[in-house]
Ligand binder design. Structure first.
Ligand code: ATP
Ligand code: MG
Length: 556
């Protein structure tokens, strides 16, 4: 598979995180670098995750270190095997290899003992307040919180209650464990955060072994410490959690001291990068599935025809910083066009077929012409295309009364058929509504692969043989949202573009009958397309990956 090849021509760009790592290596703080990508298996990965994947795995590659894939499976409610599977598939598809595949649940026993350690050193206690009461006691940004009446519960009592919590003696919410930090801390995350809660729920990996689960802020930093992560990279919204991250690691007998660094999230115009919202699009049936080609999930992009190279190049181009911004969708699309222009085979497909009869060509003859598979890559050779008396061209390549600068077919005008002859229109038929139904032409047999010397013919159009072509369903996708930043709408669902899918019954070159699922093509003059995963010889289906140029910018 060429898909997983790394883009060797993209020089690794540096960024503030690499500068920190360079310093850490220079001062001898670290000799080896270990990072991790820690998704929660509660949905499919999206383009935003690609930024984090490329950063974490890219650093491990650059410093010849390690990067683990770690599932943050501490919340059994929303997690599933299907999500875990898709995440592994997406990371591999992007071309990365993890050093270790881990799960926060691998560490449940160790985490439990770390919590006991905190209780024993009087740095944690078992809380008896309800969730609502805890919220009331927490205070606000302006007001300090109040100590819980259970804060000074004797250590022995807390230890006993925690053991019984684990043994399943209590119901959800009856007790929890809180770190004993500071109820007056300006950072609310430090006001005695909950570190363990009771949840009688089946876990995808540990089954019914546990009915207490560690909270993210407790599990994450300690999982990093257990794995010896040197640089724990996450998005800016976790900056306020860093003091707690450090507090936990400092206050237990931690196997290592990882450091957290934050960078800005990727926001992409006209798209959603939130698993929760993406989930809603699927469950409310606004799209077909998580891998619907309109979704900016990695599986949706893959199905649409995106290449791993294009996504990795994109992540290199946008870089890593601490500035929040919205990246224009066209940046991603340009990376894709650059890649596909080099790699996609050229084919012809007629999306709005109209019949052309070549009156001076014998009825049952089939003549073979040849055209380059990819002019940017001579090693791909040429393919043969059948030329016959009746062909199809696209309806918009013919105008009864041609506009200015329209160089395509029109009455008494000539045009070149791509890879073939020059034809001239003599006549056309139309129905009662004036719609053109058939065009009559003659071809000039002297013009195969050469220009006539006595006249100039400017236009070139694509075509297929009417008798030899095959049928294909072609799905034209537009952006799923009509507004630049759907996430900031009161209801992002109101911003859905009702015309995001247009299905065409097209006529395509016969060689496309052999198209394999996921194979990518340029349909000449039309765009880049990819055989859908459901496409078969009997029912060909192609997804439009991207238009040849940025039509959207033009429209705006
Ligand atoms: P979502 O908001 O979509 O649920 P998340 O941050 O909750 O995303 P996780 O599974 O926790 O999803 O994310 C795994 C890693 O990916 C985290 O380190 C997170 O910071 C990073 N990440 C998530 N979204 C983005 C994004 N838009 N840009 C960059 N990194 C991201
Ligand atoms: Mg999350």
């Amino acid at each position: 598979m060429t898909d997983n090849k790394h883009p060797e021509n993209t020089a690794p760009t540096t960024n503030f995180i690499r500068n920190i790592i360079d310093d850490d290596i220079a001062t001898g703080k670290h000799s080896g670098i270990i990072t991790r990508f820690p998704p929660e298996p509660n949905g499919y990965l999206h383009i935003g995750h690609a930024k984090s994947i490329c950063l974490n795995f890219g650093i491990a590659e650059h410093y010849q270190g390690h990067c683990n894939l770690r599932f943050d499976d501490t919340n059994p409610e929303k997690e599933s095997e299907e999500y875990m599977h898709s995440i592994r598939e997406d990371v591999e598809w992007l071309g990365f290899e993890w050093s270790k595949l881990q799960h926060a649940s691998d560490y449940f026993e160790q985490l439990y003992h770390f919590a006991i350690e905190l209780i024993k050193s009087d740095k944690a206690y078992v809380e008896g307040l309800s969730a609502d009461e805890i919220r009331e006691y927490r205070g606000t940004l302006k007001e300090a919180g109040k100590n819980s009446p259970y804060r000074d519960r004797p250590t022995e009592e807390s230890l006993d209650l925690f053991t019984r919590m684990k043994a399943g003696e209590f119901t959800d919410g009856e007790y929890c464990v809180r770190a004993k930090i500071d109820m007056a801390a300006p950072n609310i995350n430090m006001r005695d955060p909950v570190i363990y809660r009771i949840k009688h729920m089946h876990h995808i990996r540990t089954g019914d072994e546990w009915c207490i689960y560690p909270m993210y802020d407790f599990a994450h930093c300690l999982s990093d410490a257990i794995e010896g992560i040197t640089h724990s990279l996450c998005t800016l919204e976790f900056a306020d959690h860093r003091p707690l991250y450090d507090w936990v690691v400092e206050n237990v007998n931690s196997p290592s001291t990882p450091r957290q660094y934050e960078f800005s999230r990727l926001n992409l115009s006209y798209t959603i990068t939130s698993k929760r919202k993406l989930n809603q699009l699927v469950s409310d049936k606004h799209v077909e599935s998580w891998d619907d080609p309109r979704m900016t999930t990695l599986s949706g992009l893959r199905r649409r025809g995106y290449t791993p190279n294009a996504i990795r190049t994109f992540c290199e181009r946008i870089g890593i910083s601490k500035n929040d911004s919205v990246i224009d969708m066209s940046t991603l699309e340009d990376c894709l066009r650059d890649d596909l222009n080099q790699t996609a085979l050229r084919r012809m497909a007629v999306l709005d077929p109209i019949k052309v009869v070549i009156d001076n060509f014998p009825a049952d003859d089939i003549l073979e012409v040849a055209a380059a598979n990819n002019p940017n890559d001579e090693s791909t050779g040429k393919r043969k295309i059948p030329f016959t008396r009746e062909i199809y061209i696209d309806a918009n390549d013919f105008m009864v009364e041609p506009a200015r600068k329209y160089f395509r077919l029109a009455p008494d005008r000539e045009v070149r058929l791509r890879g073939s002859y020059i034809i001239k229109c003599h006549n056309y038929l139309s129905d009662d509504n004036g719609k053109v139904t058939e065009i009559h032409c003659t071809y000039d047999p002297e013009t195969l692969g050469k220009m006539p010397t006595d006249r100039k013919v400017k236009g070139v159009i694509h075509w297929v043989s009417a008798s030899e072509c095959v049928d294909a369903e072609i799905r034209l996708y537009e952006r799923l949202f009509n507004v630049e930043n759907p996430a900031t709408e009161a209801n992002f669902l109101d911003a859905i573009n009702p015309d995001s899918l247009d299905i065409k019954q097209a006529k395509v070159e016969p060689i496309l009958a052999e198209a394999q699922a996921n194979e990518r093509f340029q349909f000449e003059r039309v765009g880049y397309f990819c055989a859908d995963k459901t496409s078969t010889k009997d029912k060909l289906v192609f997804n439009r990956t991207v238009t040849l140029r940025d039509n959207w910018a033009k429209k705006k």
